[in-house]
Design a protein around this ligand. Structure first.
Ligand SMILES: Cc1cc2nc3c(=O)[nH]c(=O)nc-3n(C[C@H](O)[C@H](O)[C@H](O)COP(=O)(O)O)c2cc1C
Length: 176
């Protein structure tokens, strides 16, 4: 798949094939892609925790509430993305320029993860609705959890949807 094909095929998967495990080599390929993601001052201020089995289930439950993210428990793997401290130069830049580089970096690594998962034929959904305290406890993390990504094979009745997006005219302006 070229990048445009990945962008078209990636979608939030909210229905997983619970009978299919994710191959270790595919998870490894996703993590290698994540490792190549750019970040402010090349600091990579995050940690990715790969959760399977009962830990994945606990993480999934910690993303659910008021009817949101009920589907997450079906996914066999949960990737938890939590913060790590900035490298010194990025910390200084973030302060001086009042810019949240770490959240930007986490967004980029999530994009790399979901893109590579798509290339590997896997489904993902980025989850931002989560219980930080519960996930930190089960994963043994010292810093805030920002995103969880569900990972698994999409169920066969989860067809590719037409993307709903703003028109380019709403997103882009040109200045000369
Ligand atoms: C930062 C972020 C947080 C999100 N949180 C959730 C979430 O908690 N639950 C959910 O079902 N989808 C969540 N999504 C998925 C978006 O709703 C989805 O990407 C968007 O509607 C576009 O649909 P698509 O991913 O199928 O193209 C999140 C996406 C992002 C980027």
């Amino acid at each position: 798949m070229n990048f445009t094909e990945i962008a078209i095929n990636r979608q939030s998967c909210r229905k997983y094939d619970t009978s299919r495990a994710v191959e270790t080599e595919k998870i490894q390929a996703i993590l290698e892609a994540a490792r190549l993601a750019p970040s402010a001052c090349n600091g990579q201020p995050y940690r990715i925790t790969v959760c399977r089995g009962s830990v994945a289930r606990t993480v999934a439950e910690a993303t659910a509430g008021i009817g949101i993210n009920k589907f997450a428990v079906q996914a066999p793997v949960m990737l938890v993305i939590s913060e790590e401290p900035y490298v010194r130069s990025a910390a200084a830049g973030a302060k001086l320029k009042n810019n949240d580089y770490r959240s930007i970096d986490i967004g980029i690594v999530a994009a790399y993860i979901t893109a590579e998962a798509t290339a590997q034929g896997l489904g993902t959904c980025i989850l931002g609705w989560l219980d930080d305290k519960k996930i930190r406890a089960v994963c043994g993390l010292d810093y805030p959890v920002r995103l969880v990504i569900t990972l698994g094979y999409a169920d066969k009745d989860d067809p590719l949807r037409t993307k709903k997006r703003k028109a380019l005219s709403e997103l882009v302006q040109e200045k000369d």
